[in-house]
Write a protein that binds this ligand. Structure first.
Ligand code: NAD
Length: 323
């Protein structure tokens, strides 16, 4: 009998087609069905495998009677899956770490450029017939400015390369797990996160959400930032204390922020972030390119098939880690 694979959120046809011959697919979104939470949980517990994007798989789910043999994360940040509980219950977690790094890095750079040149409010002014407001949209240039990259993994390193080679920025990076860089690397390591915060004109976050990275920047560290500093976050919302960020933007203690991720998603339209000045918000789309969505779907499906077929998956997620 074919295994059942639960896919609660849309994934690319490239992955769905790979699975179609080998598994029974439970993918309610394909016919527009919007199951309630109980129905979704029951689909999860009766599946042999699940492929999830932001769908939460909690300890409580994994301690219910279920027949899961593998969970695949379509993406990198596995903080929506309780990996420890999965491991304790003998359920491997696979993920797609190489599929979306370039997409996220390019979105990060797009947000940084849009912030620097005030693209969003300027474009809005044209559409609203306020062309002559153009004098209000003076920007800043990136060349020669200092970019601080927090987290020098796949995405952070790619952003650092683009900024250093492509935009002539001075790039400094902070990552407690990176001790040194090769002499050819076009950026340097900051001695501490405080040093990075104090010297950067732009700061971008590329860390996993863990107890150590929760509210990595908040009221206590905002005073370290330059008043013309702009912050970009495409990692996870809770890496930044949103209340402190709104307050800093309102008081002009920092010059701007661009966020793709939020402490609670979806972000409601009346959230204080939506009303803050000099802010640019996108709805968690950093990895949403055709190329990256195809590769994430293919890699997630391959990981599921490998485990179900008794093979070693290419990208198992390590026990207890949360990148
Ligand atoms: P990665 O594992 O390659 O890199 C993460 C880096 O963060 C590692 O080098 C690690 O050493 C470093 N790090 C860990 N703790 C740190 C700390 N306290 N301070 C500084 N650095 C620290 O992961 P990646 O592929 O580069 O992705 C980074 C994060 O981006 C993911 O964990 C995920 O949450 C997020 N992400 C978001 C999207 C999106 O759509 N917005 C897409 C992909 C990934």
């Amino acid at each position: 009998m074919k295994p059942t694979v639960f896919i609660p959120e849309p994934i690319a046809d490239a992955g769905m087609n790979m699975l179609a011959e080998k598994a029974t697919l439970v993918a309610p979104w394909r016919d527009g069905h919007k199951p309630n939470d109980n129905e979704l949980r029951s689909m999860l517990y009766t599946a042999d495998a699940a492929i999830v994007r932001l769908f939460q798989v909690t300890r409580s789910d994994l301690e219910q009677p279920n027949q899961l043999k593998v969970i695949a994360k379509h993406g990198v940040g596995v903080d929506n899956i309780d990996v420890n509980a999965a491991t304790e219950n003998g359920i491997p977690v696979v993920y797609t770490p190489t599929a979306n790094a370039n997409a996220v890095a390019e979105h990060t750079v797009a947000l940084m450029m849009a912030l620097a040149r005030r693209i969003e409010p300027a474009a809005e002014a044209v559409k609203q017939g306020r062309f002559s407001d153009r004098t209000q949209f003076q920007g800043v240039e990136l060349a020669g400015k200092t970019l601080g990259v927090v987290g020098l993994g796949r995405i952070g390193a790619r952003v650092a390369e683009i900024a250093a080679f492509g935009l002539a920025m001075n790039v400094i990076a902070y990552d407690p797990f990176v001790a040194q860089l090769s002499s050819e690397t076009p950026y340097t390591l900051a001695e501490s996160i405080e040093k990075l915060f104090g010297s950067a004109d732009f700061i971008t976050f590329h860390v996993p959400l863990t107890a150590d990275t929760h509210h990595l920047i908040g009221e206590s560290r905002i005073p370290l930032l330059k008043a013309d500093c702009r912050i970009i976050n495409t990692s996870r919302g809770a890496v930044i204390d949103e209340v402190a960020l709104v307050s800093a933007l309102q008081d002009g203690r920092i010059a701007g922020a661009a966020l793709d991720v939020f402490e609670k998603e979806p972000l409601p339209a009346d959230h204080p972030l939506c009303l803050a000045p000099n802010i640019l918000l996108t709805p968690h789309i950093s990895s949403s390119t055709k190329e990256s969505l195809d590769t994430m779907a293919i890699d997630a499906v391959q990981g599921v098939l490998d485990v179900l077929e008794g093979k070693t998956p290419q990208f198992p997620f390590g026990t207890g880690a949360t990148s």
